[in-house]
Design a protein around this ligand. Structure first.
Ligand SMILES: C[S@@+](CC[C@H](N)C(=O)[O-])C[C@H]1O[C@@H](n2cnc3c(N)ncnc32)[C@H](O)[C@@H]1O
Length: 284
């Protein structure tokens, strides 16, 4: 895997409809990005918080919607035990194969199936726990996906939607006006860049009861990645294609970031939120 492979990734590379279009980057670059993200302490903390809030019990059916390489499905499988069922829904065949291989290597009982958020492969009221992390930012119709989650949740079921909100991104280097135009250009390509702020409302509109406490943490880019800003160059190219910045502005932004990273001044982070919803239990 070289940094060159990452260049093929865009803000919409994880969108279901775009999966085959990026065949050149498929699936190694996506696996690499997900593995890098998984190591971020903010993501690990928010995953732990989310799992504790969902509290999967032995014997329950637990689902990770848009599970990527399946790390959280393996954790769910360990908690629901042999009497339960942990299912990862993943539309991307390459990621699904990777998830299956990792589960097999760990001796996990997690299973993985093809699926699409607005049409989950479960009967009404049959799933106890659902989590979906950094998926809603890629969905064309997040409200339909939230309704679908509410449909399959069993009485007493719990759901966690975890997502970034790219409007919260902070970047220490570069001229603020150029950074703003770069981000605006990127938002235009993104399916749902402000997913994080919409999660609570989506679950409520789907008829679920939402916990008052919201989990929050930041994905902070590791400093070694800031020294080789491949994804920044990628965004610059897109902003140039949109006419949002000039070649000089893009080159200066890249130089400023590399120099800032060398001096230890560069800092890039985005907030993520975890919202817990519960189905209304008619029994009480
Ligand atoms: C940024 S990745 C996050 C993967 C994983 N949840 C994690 O936290 O590492 C987004 C995931 O959503 C999946 N995805 C995209 N569109 C989807 C859809 N319509 N239904 C289900 N999953 C989808 C992608 O294939 C990808 O695995």
């Amino acid at each position: 895997m070289t940094t060159g492979d990452l260049k093929a990734l865009t803000p919409t590379s994880f969108r279901r409809g775009n999966l085959p279009a990026d065949a050149a980057a498929d699936p190694a670059a996506r696996v690499m990005v997900l593995d890098m993200q998984e190591l971020m302490p903010g993501i690990q903390r928010l995953r732990d918080w989310t799992l504790a809030a969902l509290a999967p019990q032995p014997g329950e059916t637990a689902v990770d919607l848009g599970c990527g390489t399946g790390a959280e499905v393996r954790r769910l499988a360990a908690l629901v035990g042999p009497a339960g069922r942990a299912v990862g829904i993943e539309p991307h065949a390459g990621l699904r194969t990777q998830a299956e291989a990792r589960a097999l290597a760990e001796g996990s009982t997690a299973v993985f199936v093809e699926g699409d958020a607005p049409a989950l492969p479960f009967e009404d009221g049959t799933v106890d726990v659902i989590r979906s992390e950094r998926v809603f930012q890629h969905l064309d119709d997040p409200a339909a996906a939230a309704r679908e989650i509410a449909r399959v949740l069993a009485p007493g079921g719990r759901v966690a939607l975890v997502d970034s909100d790219w409007g919260s991104m902070v970047q220490s280097m570069g001229e603020p006006d150029v950074v703003r135009r770069l981000m605006d250009a990127s938002f235009r390509r993104w399916t749902n860049p402000f997913a994080g702020r919409s999660l609570r409302w989506l679950l409520r509109r789907a008829g679920l009861v939402v916990d008052a406490e919201v989990g929050a943490d930041a994905a902070v880019l590791p400093e070694e990645q800031l020294r080789v800003p491949v994804l920044l160059r990628n965004s610059i190219e897109h902003a140039l294609a949109d006419g949002a910045i000039t070649v000089e502005e893009g080159d200066r932004l890249e130089r400023d970031n590399i120099a800032g990273a060398e001096r230890g001044e560069a800092f890039v982070a985005v907030m993520m939120f975890s919202v817990i919803g519960r189905s209304v239990d008619p029994a009480g």
